[in-house]
Design a protein around this ligand. Structure first.
Ligand code: SF4
Ligand code: SF4
Length: 320
């Protein structure tokens, strides 16, 4: 049987998903037996022109990680879609927008000005901002154009499967690779991850009725090691987040931040979380409720940390 041709690509991401692929450990030998990697810029020397010269559909599967936030990311998303039979949004950035997607609370101009003009450590007397095109004696240099709105991979091209996680746990990575190798793929459009109940179902912490009279940031309290963190006022996203990670964070004493995305059937993880948190406030008094809510320092960033581009609100309205 001919070997599969697999590509991996890194768009707007931190690189964690690239490393996460190696978490499959010795099963990488099974992958090497079944597949050749034809494009993986972080690990092998292949150029964009090598992909452009491939036949359309000649890559059996591409694991695309990272969101689409500039013209280069979009070019590669379209090119790899054209060249790949199966395109997988691998990891939260490609699947939902993730941390790069928090840029959707601003626009490109504001981000460039913050990074190149306003930060305390910046010394930019000429107030120079990156330009997409610049002429030098040797010719024209160009940079990718930074978009105002970060997009998920599926908002740019058709996606066949998604693998959640920031980064995906090895269980989800191997589920996807094993399905590819065996040819036993789930129905197109599926999110490939272990069973899709909420993180709370995998969390061993003791759960009681959730009633909260104050929210805290993680550094403000030392939580009880056994009890549900949300019941102690820590903003845990486990109630509205797809399981499959084994509840890694609450097991280690940290609230779940929501990286596995919405539970099956939920369209908008952020509004689901906001609704869940609001429902456990133990007061009927509007002033007291307001005080309790003031304890949530960054409601939008907490509820939409991984999913703003994929959400119904998608981005903030800002002046052009
Ligand atoms: S700590 Fe978080 S994940 Fe665990 S039961 Fe409470 S809300 Fe759910
Ligand atoms: S507990 Fe939440 S934040 Fe932590 S790995 Fe699981 S889904 Fe991601």
């Amino acid at each position: 049987m001919p070997k599969l041709k697999v590509a991996l690509y890194w768009a707007a991401s931190c690189g964690g998903c690239e490393i996460a692929t190696l978490a499959i450990g010795e099963r990488i030998l099974q992958l090497a037996e079944a597949a050749d990697i034809v494009f993986w810029p972080v690990a092998i020397d292949a150029k964009y022109k090598d992909v452009e010269e491939m036949e359309d559909g000649s890559i059996d599967a591409c694991l695309f990680n990272g969101a689409v936030r500039n013209s280069e990311n979009e070019h590669m998303a379209r090119l790899l879609r054209q060249k790949s039979k199966i395109l997988i949004a691998y990891g939260s950035c490609a699947y939902e927008g993730c941390i790069p997607g928090l840029a959707n609370f601003f626009n490109a101009r504001a981000i460039l000005e913050c990074a190149f003009l306003e930060t305390a450590s910046t010394d930019n007397g000429g107030k120079t901002l990156p330009q997409p095109k610049f002429n030098v004696p040797e010719g024209e240099l160009d940079l990718p154009v930074l978009y105002d709105t970060v997009k998920t991979l599926a908002q740019v091209v058709d996606v066949d499967y998604s693998v959640p996680g920031c980064p995906p746990e090895e269980s989800a990575t191997w589920m996807a690779l094993e399905a590819l190798i065996s040819g036993k793929l789930p129905p197109r459009g599926a999110v490939i991850a272990p069973p899709a109940t909420a993180v709370c179902n995998d969390c061993p912490r003791i759960k009681n009725e959730k009633k909260v009279r104050a929210f805290h940031r993680t550094y403000e309290i030392v939580p009880d090691p056994d009890k549900c963190l949300l019941e102690q006022g820590l903003l845990c996203c486990g109630v509205g987040t797809r399981g499959g990670c084994g509840a890694l964070c609450p097991r280690a004493g940290m609230p779940c931040t929501g990286c596995y995305g919405p539970v099956e059937g939920v369209r908008d993880q952020g509004s689901h979380l906001l609704s869940a948190w609001a429902s456990i406030i133990d007061s009927n008094d509007p002033d007291e409720i307001k005080n309790i809510l003031d304890g949530i320092v960054d409601p939008a960033g907490s509820a939409y940390r991984y999913s703003l581009p994929a959400s119904m609100i998608n981005r903030a309205r800002v002046k052009p």
